[in-house]
Design a protein. Structure first.
Length: 438
């Protein structure tokens, strides 16, 4: 027995890190061969001790630490779930958005988790996939035709395209003004929204857009209400704005359509409603887009300084901007310029513009505004002549492929104490627009 115990000890020390099967086999081959001096009972006891000792040693070796157990759990989870590739995520999100293109990020994520419960989808990756989908080129569904004046073909009669200014909203009540500004802050999404002519407004800003549309189309008859309406959005500019005090010169148009066809489709009427009395004026120049490599002299325009509750309108084809260089001196160190903008479209819906999302309607408020759009409240602007003695300002604008330079004689001393001016540039000092060949 003592000899058998020694043999077990020797085998255990030499085979501690070997598997049970290997230990048993090696030991039997090297140590457990019975001889004439060894009884069968001693042999069996030797084998038993070898197996017991090796088995005990093996169990002590495979005991798992906490990090190992955690890794094992992760491995099991990996076998049960899948991390989709970016292309797979784009395909899946595209199918969801095809059913509802205005579905927000959270709703897409919820839908995908219901449809594909084994997929591990992070917010960051899904956001990237949705941005990729929405920025991808799309096809233009139909060709838009323009008349010789550059307006939409079939535009009905009844529009007045002249510059006008109206004291439209009484915002002397500070509580109403505060609520209205709060609504604009919620609606400031850096994109525009659509309200069809036959749609029922769901909150205050949509109701205001509807009133503006109805005022400017009061004398317009015989148009398709399902394909006509108001494109509306909000702008904030000022000393604290990340976008600065200015808005660069531009033409309002169907941007999506222009990107894909190089054709400018403009609204019939552009409008601005001021919700503050601070900041740079709106300058409208009587000039539609020009071809590459050409230039034009501009002889007329209009200048409107912000005034609380004032509403202005102008020809939707005309160049306009908000140059801080033409601001009047302000005593306030800090200010915010707030505007509510509405474009009037007849027989055309801007291609990539959709109504305010239904799931976000509950975040908006409904309250009455003291609005009065009336021809009686029209204010006659002051006529200002700009001659060669006036200083000239230069402005560059336009993205790649649409680079422009504008040389603008500016009225001395602001032109007039009035906040509305009609500008006439003399033949010796016209404003000049130049478009690059690039």
């Amino acid at each position: 027995r003592l000899q058998a115990h020694r043999r077990c000890r020797d085998v255990h020390s030499s085979s501690r890190h070997v598997s049970i099967g290997s230990v048993a086999t090696t030991s039997l081959q090297r140590r457990a061969r019975p001889t004439a001096a060894t009884s069968s009972k001693t042999f069996l006891f030797t084998v038993f001790c070898i197996i017991v000792e090796a088995n005990s040693s093996s169990h002590s070796e495979v005991k798992m630490s906490e990090p190992c157990r955690k890794r094992a759990r992760e491995d099991r989870e990996d076998s049960e779930t899948k991390e989709p590739s970016f292309d797979e995520l784009v395909d899946a999100a595209s199918r969801v958005l095809k059913e509802d293109g205005e579905m927000n990020h959270k709703k897409v994520l919820k839908t995908l988790k219901q449809q594909l419960p084994r997929w591990r989808i992070t917010d960051k990756k899904l956001h990237k996939a949705i941005m990729h989908i929405r920025s991808a080129p799309k096809e233009v569904k139909e060709q838009v035709h323009l008349n010789t004046e550059g307006r939409l073909m079939g535009t009905p009669k009844g529009f007045n395209y002249d510059f006008k200014a109206i004291d439209a909203i009484d915002l002397s009540d500070k509580m109403i003004l505060k609520k209205l500004v709060g609504e604009c802050e919620k609606a400031y999404k850096k994109k525009s929204f659509w309200l069809a002519a036959n749609a029922k407004p769901r909150f205050t800003l949509e109701a205001l857009a509807k009133q503006i549309f109805e005022f400017h189309t009061a004398d317009v008859k015989g148009y398709d209400e399902t394909r006509s309406g108001a494109e509306w959005w909000v702008q904030f500019r000022g000393t604290k704005s990340a976008h600065g005090k200015s808005i660069g010169f531009h033409w309002d148009r169907d941007e999506f359509y222009a990107d894909r066809t190089d054709q400018n489709v403009h609204p019939q009427i552009g409008t601005v409603t001021y919700l503050s009395e601070h900041g740079a004026p709106t300058l409208v120049l009587d000039q539609s887009p020009i071809p590459k490599g050409e230039s034009r002299d501009i002889h007329s325009g209009a200048l409107s300084h912000p005034k609380l509750g004032k509403h202005i309108c102008f020809d939707g084809r005309f160049l306009h901007g908000v140059p801080a260089e033409l601001s009047r001196h302000l005593k306030e160190d800090q200010f915010t310029r707030i505007t509510f903008l509405v474009n009037i479209w007849i027989s055309h819906i801007p291609t990539d513009t959709a109504p305010w999302p239904e799931e976000d309607v509950k975040s908006m408020s409904t309250f009455s505004l003291p609005v009065s759009f009336s021809q009686i409240l029209l204010r006659s602007p002051t006529a200002v002549t700009v001659d060669h003695k006036c200083p000239v300002q230069g402005f560059a604008f336009g993205r790649k492929g649409e680079s422009h330079e504008l040389w603008l004689p500016t009225p001395r001393g602001g032109g007039s104490p009035d906040d509305n001016m009609v500008l006439t540039f003399t033949s010796k000092a016209p404003a000049r627009l130049v478009r690059s060949m690039k």
